[in-house]
Write a protein that binds this ligand. Structure first.
Ligand code: ADP
Length: 549
C-alpha cells in the first residue's frame, strides 16, 4: 500500500521554519532554493470534484492518493459523466481518467444489441450468451415475423407463446420496462428507441427468487486491450417469489421479474440482510452457494462468466481503439480506464447470459454489503493503475532524454566526421528512453540527474511529449505486467489471456489489436464498419450517463 505523504508545499514550509536564524552558513543545507530542497516525495493526486460518491475519495485516500481540486494538475480523475474529447485532448500522458470515449458501443442498449446480435448471427455458439434482441426502430418487422412464427410453432405443440421484455434504450434502473407475449402488445415510444429481448423465462432461482449478478470488469487500456474482472460483486434478488414464471396474471409484477436494487428496495419485502442473506448478497456467496449444491459455481460457472465478459468487450475493442486514437492522438491507450458493471443472469441450466453492461455502475453505499465491496473495488482499481509510476517528472526526464538522443543522432548523422562517440553500437538503432516503468514505482524523484528538473509541469498548451507507445520497449510492457500481477488484489486478468491459443482465437474473431481504419467486427462488412466509425465520431461526446444498479 502506498503511504500517505505530505504535500510539497507543506515540506517547504517546514524546511523554512526548521532553519535556525543564526546557523553556521556552511551547515545550512536546506534552504528553499537549494537543490536539496527539491528532495521531496511526490504524491499522486485524485480529483473527485465531478463525482457525487464519497467512497471514491475514501478509497483514493486509502491507498495514499491526495485529494486535489485542481482542474489541471491531478494524477487520477474520477467523474460521473462521460469524458469529452476536449478533456482527452488536454490530458498529459501521466494522467488517468475513468472513462473511455465511445463506450456507448457497449453500454447503450441499442448499440450493444446491434454489436452482439451481429456476433451471435456469425458465431451462434460462441455468442449464445446474448439473448435474441431486436432494436424496434429498425427490426420491428423482423421481430413480428419471428415472434409470430415461434408462437405458431409452439401452439402446434400445445405450448404457450414465448415471453419478451421491452426496454427503453436510454433509461436504466428498470424504468419503462415491461413484459409481453403477444407482439401486438409492444408499444413503440416516439421519444426513445426500444429494444425487445427474448425473456429468460426459466432463470436459476435461489430460495424461490430470481436473482442476477453484478460483475465488475476493468479496462485499463484499449489498444492493446487490458481487461480485468473483479472476483467480488453483487447478487441482487427479486423480492417476490418467481413461482412458475411469467403469465398473464403476473406480467406486471416488477418485483418478481426485475432484479434491480433500485426497483426492489422500494418493496416492503426488501431485506437488508448482509453479505449472505437478504435481497442483496455478495457474488461470492452466490457462487459458493452453487458450489454447495454441486454446481461448480466458483469454477466452471465463474469461468464462463469471465469468458462472456471478454467476448462482449472484444466485440467493440477495434472501435474503442479507433475512437480513442482519434480523440487522444497523444495518448497511449492507457490514459483512460473504465469500470464496467455487467448484469449477468443464469438460466435453469446454469448458462450465463449478459443482460446489460453499465459504464457507470452504481457506487452508492446504501447497504453494508455495498460499503465493503465498493471501497475495496475502488482501492483495487487505483492500486492497479500504479499511480506512483505516474510522476510527471519521470515522464519529463524521459522526454528530455529522448530529445537529447534525437538531437545527438541527427547531429552525428549530419556530421559523419564528428569526433563524438556514436550513441549506439554500429548498425543498431538507438533505443528511445523508456517511459517510467512499473519498476520505478517506489523510486523517489531525487536522483542526481533530476537536479535541474522544473518543479512544476510545463504549461498545458505546450506540445505533448511523444506517445509512450511509440517509445515503450517490450521490457516496459513486461514490467507493467509484472506490476499488475503483483497488485491484482481481487482482480483477475482476463485479457490478454495467459493461453496464447485463446488470444489467437478471440483475436481472429474480433479483429483485436488491429490498427488503422476501423476494423470490421466479425460478420460486419467494411461499409458497416465505416458506418460505425461515422456514428461514433458524432457520439464520442455528450453521452448521457446514468447510474445503474
Ligand atoms: P435497466 O438498465 O433498466 O436496469 P436491464 O436490462 O438491466 O435494464 O433489465 C432490468 C432487469 O430486468 C434485470 O436486472 C433483470 O432482472 C430483468 N431482465 C432484463 N432482461 C431480461 C431478460 N432478457 N430475461 C430475463 N430477465 C431480464
Amino acid at each position: 500500500m502506498i503511504s500517505a505523504k505530505r504535500s510539497s508545499s507543506t515540506n517547504l514550509a517546514a524546511g523554512n521554519a526548521a532553519t535556525p536564524r543564526h546557523a553556521d552558513p556552511s551547515k545550512r543545507t536546506a534552504t528553499p532554493t537549494s537543490p536539496s530542497s527539491r528532495k521531496r516525495k511526490w504524491t499522486p493526486t485524485i480529483n473527485v470534484e465531478n463525482t457525487k460518491h464519497a467512497v471514491v475519495l475514501r478509497a483514493g485516500e486509502g491507498i495514499g492518493l491526495a485529494a486535489t481540486t485542481s482542474p489541471t494538475d491531478w494524477t487520477i480523475q474520477w467523474q460521473d459523466g462521460v469524458v469529452t474529447v476536449d478533456q482527452l485532448l488536454h490530458m498529459r500522458p501521466w494522467q488517468r481518467i475513468n472513462h473511455f470515449p465511445a463506450m456507448h458501443h457497449l453500454c447503450h442498449k441499442d448499440y450493444l444489441a446491434r454489436n452482439l446480435t451481429k456476433m451471435r448471427n456469425e458465431f451462434p455458439r460462441e455468442y449464445a450468451f446474448w439473448p435474441r434482441t431486436w432494436c424496434m426502430r429498425t427490426d420491428a418487422v423482423a421481430f413480428t415475423a419471428y415472434a409470430g412464427a415461434r408462437a405458431r410453432a409452439r401452439a402446434a405443440r400445445g405450448r404457450p407463446p414465448r415471453w419478451y421484455i421491452a426496454k427503453p434504450d436510454s433509461k436504466s434502473r428498470g424504468i419503462g420496462i415491461y413484459l409481453f407475449s403477444d407482439p401486438a402488445e409492444f408499444q413503440a415510444n416516439p421519444e426513445y428507441e426500444m429494444v425487445v429481448q427474448q425473456y429468460i423465462e426459466r432463470p436459476l432461482l435461489i430460495e424461490g427468487y430470481k436473482f442476477d449478478m453484478r460483475v465488475y470488469a476493468l479496462i485499463t487500456q484499449c489498444d492493446p486491450l487490458r481487461l480485468f474482472v473483479y472476483k467480488e460483486g453483487l447478487a441482487r434478488f427479486a423480492t417476490e417469489q418467481y413461482g412458475s414464471g411469467p403469465a398473464l396474471d403476473n406480467q406486471s409484477q416488477i418485483c418478481m421479474h426485475l432484479t434491480n436494487y433500485s426497483v426492489n428496495k422500494r418493496s416492503t419485502k426488501f431485506v437488508d440482510g448482509g453479505a449472505d442473506g437478504g435481497s442483496k448478497r455478495t457474488l461470492t456467496w452466490a457462487l459458493e452457494y452453487l458450489d454447495s449444491l454441486g454446481h461448480d459455481g466458483t469454477g466452471a460457472i465463474w469461468a464462463s462468466i469471465k469468458d462472456i465478459i471478454a467476448k462482449s468487450i472484444l466485440t467493440v475493442q477495434p472501435e474503442l481503439a479507433r475512437v480513442f486514437r482519434t480523440c487522444a492522438p497523444n495518448g497511449d491507450g492507457s490514459l483512460c480506464f473504465e469500470l464496467l458493471g455487467f448484469d449477468v443472469i443464469l438460466d435453469h441450466k446454469l448458462r450465463p447470459f449478459v443482460l446489460e453492461i453499465n459504464h457507470s455502475p452504481s457506487l452508492s453505499c446504501e447497504t453494508a454489503v455495498d460499503h465493503t465491496l465498493k471501497q475495496g473495488l475502488l482501492e483495487n482499481i487505483f492500486r492497479l493503475l500504479n499511480p506512483t509510476s505516474l510522476n510527471p517528472r519521470k515522464w519529463m526526464r524521459r522526454d528530455r532524454k529522448q530529445a537529447k538522443q534525437r538531437l545527438y543522432l541527427s547531429s552525428t548523422t549530419a556530421t559523419p566526421t564528428s569526433t563524438a562517440a556514436p550513441p549506439a553500437a554500429p548498425g543498431s538503432t538507438p533505443k528511445p528512453a523508456a517511459a517510467p516503468s512499473a519498476a520505478d514505482q517506489d523510486a523517489d524523484v531525487e536522483s542526481a540527474d533530476e537536479a535541474d528538473e522544473p518543479a512544476t509541469p510545463p504549461p498545458r498548451d505546450a506540445p505533448s511529449p511523444p506517445p509512450p507507445t511509440d517509445s515503450t520497449p517490450a521490457a516496459d510492457t513486461d514490467a507493467a505486467t509484472a506490476y499488475e500481477s503483483a497488485h491484482l488484489g481481487l482482480f483477475e486478468r482476463v485479457y490478454p489471456p495467459s493461453d496464447p491459443a485463446t488470444v489467437e482465437r478471440r483475436g481472429r474473431c474480433c479483429g483485436v489489436e488491429s490498427k488503422g481504419p476501423v476494423a470490421p467486427v466479425c460478420g460486419e462488412t467494411a461499409a458497416n464498419a465505416a458506418g460505425r466509425a461515422a456514428a461514433s465520431r458524432g457520439a464520442a461526446e455528450g453521452d448521457a450517463v446514468d447510474e445503474r444498479e
